[in-house]
Design a protein around this ligand. Structure first.
Ligand code: MTE
Ligand code: MO
Length: 227
């Protein structure tokens, strides 16, 4: 098996995870994917079932959270982002060719950015299944991005909007700006801005246990009340 990237450690399970405040925020709509495309485009779009009619693929890839846990061998199903881009986004929305910064938002209010060049990598997907089953709320229902070469925080769950811009001046990060590197390439250990990767390893690692517990408990509480 391939070695894990620098500073990462394998986990047996695949926990629901994220920045603390999103533990208690849940997607409203977990059934039908609705994706908005906005920003520097000719025609803003609101797409219901954005993957409908596009060629589907399955891909097995490892997932690397910036806090240093990794889950190997996840089998995602969906559509390659590059295919969605070529067949839907480009012809229908007609983005300005110079606008290459994509601000992504989730239904829970989470935000991050990706550069178009990273979104078009062959392993980036708009995923709606995991292990052959529709995505659960834990893992991003009804639609999420999967960008295996980036740290997990770029793999936006409950994906609701792609807003396309010339730069990241409009971007308001989910938490502190230092936590969101514009590229977040795992192999280069681009964990965040301003601080080196080795420092953020040390800062984040103690947070894994409490965060996993907080996200799991919030999930239990939410769905025992509303189900
Ligand atoms: N909408 C949304 N997307 C998100 C997050 C979040 O809290 N909300 N957390 C990010 C982080 S930090 C990680 S590691 C992964 C976790 O994915 P999982 O919950 O499916 O394990 O989702 C990322 N995408
Ligand atoms: Mo993460």
């Amino acid at each position: 098996m391939n070695a894990l990237p620098p500073g990462q450690r394998e986990r047996a399970d695949f926990p629901r995870f994220g920045i603390d405040k999103f533990a208690t925020r849940f997607p409203r709509n977990t059934q039908t994917a609705v994706l908005q495309i906005s920003g520097e485009v000719n025609t803003p779009l609101q797409l219901e079932n954005p993957l409908a009619g596009l060629p589907r693929v399955e891909q097995v890839s490892d997932f690397h959270c910036v806090t240093t846990w990794s889950k190997r061998g996840l089998r995602w199903g969906g559509v390659r982002f590059s295919v969605f881009y070529e067949r839907v986004l480009l012809p229908k929305a007609q983005p300005d060719p110079k606008a290459t910064v994509f601000i992504m938002s989730g239904q829970d209010g989470a935000r991050t950015t990706l550069m178009l060049q990273d979104l078009l990598a062959a392993d980036v997907m708009l995923a709606d299944t995991l292990d052959g089953q529709p995505l659960t709320v834990e893992h991003g229902a009804p639609l999420r991005l999967v960008a295996p070469s980036q740290y997990g925080y770029k793999s936006m769950k409950h994906l609701a909007r792609l807003s396309i811009h010339f730069d990241d001046a409009m971007f308001r990060p989910s938490a502190f700006l230092f936590m969101d590197h514009p590229r977040a390439r795992v192999m280069l250990e681009e964990r965040g801005r301003f601080f080196p990767g080795w420092f953020l390893r040390w800062l984040y690692r103690p947070l894994i246990g409490p965060t996993v517990r907080k996200f799991a408990l919030a999930m239990q509480n939410h769905y025992s009340v509303f189900r």
